[in-house]
Design a protein around this ligand. Structure first.
Ligand SMILES: [Zn+2]
Length: 179
């Protein structure tokens, strides 16, 4: 994976969880040369995947590569992921979606979904039916299936650890232990 991290979350934490999600997808998705851009989000995890062979460096990390016209090669696809900050610890009981472990777990599911799209790009599957509602598009259904099947098989110990590690980081951010 070629990670472009535009957040204050350490690279190794993001690489760990995103790779573990790739490993949980069956059949196997090639993750080595897929470009992954991670940004901060507002309230919820969100993202998308695009079929492409090259991505502009300056778009991947505008601050670091401003005016840089080079391109980055990718293996059939690009993933963009957005991870929110955990909310105020006082509200965690009543606002579950701002709670660190919930966010980390949702982020893992999001990664599974987007890796599902990448697998389809690599397999040359058909995409389309954009006139249908999001949830009824065949490629979105397939991505949801890859995600659900991975969850049903049960997560490996290291996948679970990667979720916990991200949650711990989000928690310490929220508690102001980090700058
Ligand atoms: Zn999707």
């Amino acid at each position: 994976m070629k990670l472009y991290n535009n957040t204050a979350i350490p690279d190794d934490l993001l690489e760990f969880i995103i790779k573990e999600a790739a490993k949980a997808i069956k059949p196997r998705v090639r993750h080595g040369n897929v470009v992954v851009k991670v940004n901060r989000a507002g309230e919820r995890c969100s993202g998308f995947a695009e079929r492409c062979d090259y991505v502009a460096k300056s778009w991947l990390s505008p601050r670091r590569y401003k005016g840089d016209h080079r391109r980055v090669k990718t293996d059939k696809g690009l993933i963009v992921l957005r991870v929110p900050k955990a909310g105020d610890p006082i509200l965690w009981d009543s606002h579950l979606w701002r709670e660190p472990l919930h966010i980390a777990s949702k982020f893992f599911d999001l990664c599974l979904h987007e890796w599902g799209h990448i697998l389809d790009f690599q397999k040359g599957e058909r995409f389309g039916d954009y006139n249908r509602r999001w949830a009824n598009r065949p490629h979105e259904r397939r991505a949801e299936c890859y995600m659900e099947e991975a969850r049903e098989r049960g997560l490996s110990q290291s996948a679970q650890t990667s979720i916990l590690d991200l949650a711990v980081h989000l928690e310490s951010e929220a508690k102001g232990e980090l700058k």
